[in-house]
Design a protein around this ligand. Structure first.
Ligand code: MN
Length: 384
């Protein structure tokens, strides 16, 4: 029996890598659902190649175009009922539970509600969307527990930690050593003339724009601290960020007997994706191996919190509560958009986030997806 896969965010970087894993393993997986945002031409190619049963594209006109162009492909032809669009369509397609595992890789807070729906299936959900845990926190974890849904991380660091923890008991863990490449500005001064192009040149990983900026400010690592704390139930003080420029060690766990288990692999997202899709069994691949004899030095450094204050913001949001995590996430997203539109300079990203966090004095109880989305919208309105 092939495992049925639903991919939310199929045209993004994680979605495309997921489809490569599926293409390389046609005996293990089949695609049942593809969800894309605006890239309908790539979605068309994916439908032609993988023949899903349900698809989603954001705009109504793109859905009609897709229907018309697929009409000429006898093998991939779809009825208009199988092509979803709009906000309601996204809600509907994320409530169809004919998958065995769903990949949650939509970008931004838009991924929260669909993922909440996917979790209700009680099946496996492979998480790549950061907002789900950063803005959903314990509320999402409780929801997953209630519906008996297994959350499997796709992010390389969290996949590494999960692999290091197989067969271990919770009370053996001393701390998590969360590695960070340090981004493109690790050794460069944060001058005011940093351009969008400078930011998009990541030393070791190829990623989307938003994640590239988050990686340059180390906000991305801050979000990963929040996710690790929640996923593995570890106090923030027991999560140490370790700058490791070579991105060969993808994270490590230190146990109370002094043992450190580290996870090393080539920097290729297909590895953690395949691990999540086929958990707990590994899949053979032809990705070029890490050659230990070529690893002349692996370096590990403490992060500079003065230079990268976003990391510190994440720790304090994690300690103060879910509402602060939601505010942090929204403030960061707006600041990153402004930077990408060249409205503010790179150093204004943390400065702007700090201003928002510092001025938000009220605390709010988060008890539903709606309260999360309302608070998120309030922060965005305030900033725009
Ligand atoms: Mn990561």
């Amino acid at each position: 029996m092939r495992k049925k896969v639903a991919i939310f965010g199929s045209t993004g970087s994680i979605g495309q890598s997921t489809l490569q894993v599926i293409r390389d393993n046609p005996n293990l997986f089949e695609v049942v659902t593809l969800v894309a945002g605006r890239n309908s031409s790539l979605l068309y190619d994916q439908i032609r190649d993988f023949h899903p049963k349900h698809v989603y594209i954001q705009r109504h006109e793109d859905a009609i175009d897709l229907y018309n162009s697929l009409f000429y492909l006898p093998n991939a032809r779809m009825s208009m009922e199988e092509i979803y669009y709009g906000d309601e369509g996204l809600d509907e397609i994320s409530s169809i539970y004919d998958f065995d595992i769903a990949v949650s890789a939509l970008v931004g807070i838009a991924g929260l509600k669909p993922t909440f729906n996917l979790i209700m299936s009680g099946k496996e959900v492979a998480l790549a969307n950061k907002e789900v845990l950063v803005t959903g926190g314990r509320f999402i974890l409780a929801h997953a527990k209630k519906h008996n849904c297994k959350l499997i991380p796709i992010d390389s660091e969290h996949s590494a930690i999960m692999q290091c923890l197989q067969g271990e008991s919770q009370n053996s863990i001393d701390k998590i050593l969360l590695t960070a490449s340090g981004g493109p500005f690790l050794t460069r001064d944060l001058t005011t003339d940093i351009t969008v192009d400078d930011v998009l040149k990541h030393p070791t990983w190829k990623m989307g724009k938003k994640v590239s900026v988050d990686s340059a400010t180390m906000m991305n690592k801050g979000f990963e601290v929040i996710e690790a704390s929640l996923l593995f139930d570890i106090y923030p003080r027991n999560i140490q960020v370790v700058v490791h420029r070579q991105s060969i060690v993808h994270s490590a766990v230190q146990f109370k007997d002094g043992t450190i288990m580290a996870n090393l692999s080539p920097t290729d997202m297909r590895i953690p994706i395949a691990y999540a899709l086929n958990f707990p069994n590994r899949i053979k691949n032809s990705i070029e191996r890490v050659d230990l004899f070529k690893l002349l030095n692996l370096t590990f450094e403490k992060p500079d919190l003065n230079k990268f204050p976003c990391l510190e913001y994440a720790y304090s949001a994690l300690k103060s509560g879910l509402d602060k995590q939601i505010i942090l996430n929204a403030a960061n997203e707006v600041a990153v958009e402004k930077f990408l539109k060249k409205e503010i300079n790179f150093n204004s990203i943390p400065a702007l986030i700090y201003t928002v966090l510092d001025s938000w004095l009220t605390s709010i109880d988060i008890d539903s997806i709606e309260t999360i989305l309302e608070l998120d919208a309030d922060v965005r309105n305030l900033m725009n």
